[in-house]
Design a protein around this ligand. Structure first.
Ligand code: UT7
Length: 341
């Protein structure tokens, strides 16, 4: 029996429905395998596979930037949605690796796709960014401000990876995913519930210390790899499981569903052991999870966006399915959403 979502605690008004009418993704051509990495740092395919599940990742070409990958993913989503770029009213790019501090990477995407009527901004919520952007988009749509929003998660993590640090460099990759969110009449399938959260008390377990106004990169500190990802892996691992479990339960509860109603879980793609732990604690089979981290590693804000597009285009999720997406990232940040596909 179809359950009724609980009304949002933030509003007593009936929700204006928000549908995902198109998805797209793009990954660079260049593949970096575990075997190739083991010639660069002291690691092995066996260690990376057993500790993370990652087999290979994609690396952007020289001169290929976050906005380029974002644009390719966006164009695929626009094509699938069968809309004209001029119909897009808001572009949100979730990224920790913008082309530049400013202008927003979203403005660069706007220029490249010709969506000249859109307002544009970047969303900074690290790996959780895509679902933060989905939440922002749906708030604008449910409030009747906009009808059509382009949401993108895009990262060129290879540009902030310390390629001499085996603790981190084996984990990350580049890519982009996109979705068109749109109001297409009340009663249409779409986003049922969303939840976002943060805990700045853990800001120092996953961060990039250099390059901001606090520690600009100078001639003196240029050799210290400050403009790269710094991570306390074990602590992030622990927090990730706690945050994703809590976020999953929140989105399900708000949707008025249980985990048994969910046909497919699309989790952040960081480590297959984290996904296994969540499957175990939620008591659902691992087969219900869409996993592609073996092919792409962790692409941060792009990860669930790419996975959503793959699950959509491959038929892994079908019309009427309930889909749970759940993510976590630096900040700490976490987010979840339940969608009726
Ligand atoms: O989007 C959010 C981003 N981050 C994450 O989600 C990361 C969450 N954390 C993790 O996924 C895991 O903690 C890691 C995969 C990062 C590490 O796995 P672990 O099981 O926690 O390993 P560890 O850090 O405890 O390291 C175990 C050993 C250490 O050696 P000793 O001290 O036991 O001798 C490391 O030095 O493995 C060593 N090690 C490696 N060995 C070979 C660490 N990295 C490597 C490597 N190859 N690449």
């Amino acid at each position: 029996m179809k359950r009724q979502p609980r009304s949002s605690p933030r509003s007593a008004k009936p929700r204006r429905s928000v549908s995902i009418v198109g998805t797209g993704s793009y990954v660079p051509e260049k593949i970096l395998t575990n075997a190739a990495l083991s010639t660069m740092v002291d690691t092995t395919d066996e260690w990376i596979t057993t500790r993370t599940g990652i087999k290979e990742r994609r690396i952007a070409a020289k001169g290929e930037h976050t906005s380029d990958m974002a644009t390719k993913a966006a164009l695929a989503a626009i094509e699938q949605a069968q809309i004209d770029p001029s119909e897009i009213e808001l572009i949100l790019v979730a990224t920790a690796t913008p082309d530049m501090y400013f202008p927003a990477t979203a403005c660069l995407v706007q220029q490249k796709i010709g969506a000249l009527k859109a307002a544009c901004l970047d969303v900074s919520a690290a790996c959780a960014g895509f679902l933060f952007a989905v939440e922002i988009a749906q708030q604008f749509i449910t409030s009747h401000t906009y009808d059509t929003v382009l949401v993108i998660g895009a990262e060129k993590l290879s540009s902030i990876t310390n390629w001499t640090d085996r603790n981190t460099c084996v984990l990350f990759g580049d890519g982009a995913g996109a979705a068109i969110l749109r109001h297409r009449g009340n009663g249409a399938h779409g986003v049922i519930s969303t939840h976002i959260g943060s805990d700045g008390q853990y800001a120092d377990i996953l961060f990039m210390p250099g390059g901001g106004c606090r520690t600009p990169i100078t001639r003196e500190n240029a050799h210290q790899n400050l403009q790269t990802i710094h991570m306390s892996g074990k602590e992030v691992y622990k927090q990730a499981i706690t945050a994703m479990l809590r976020a999953s339960k929140k989105a399900l509860d708000q949707a008025g569903l249980t985990i048994d109603d969910i046909a497919c879980v699309i989790p952040h793609q960081a480590n297959v052991r984290i996904i296994e732990a969540i499957a175990d604690r939620l008591k659902i089979p691992l087969e219900k999870f869409y996993v592609n981290l073996d092919r792409y590693g962790n692409t941060s804000a792009a990860a669930v966006a790419i996975a959503l597009d793959e699950a959509n285009r491959s038929g892994r999720i079908k019309a009427g399915d309930y889909v749970l997406m759940v993510v976590f990232g630096g900040g700490l940040t976490w987010a979840s959403t339940v969608i009726e596909w």
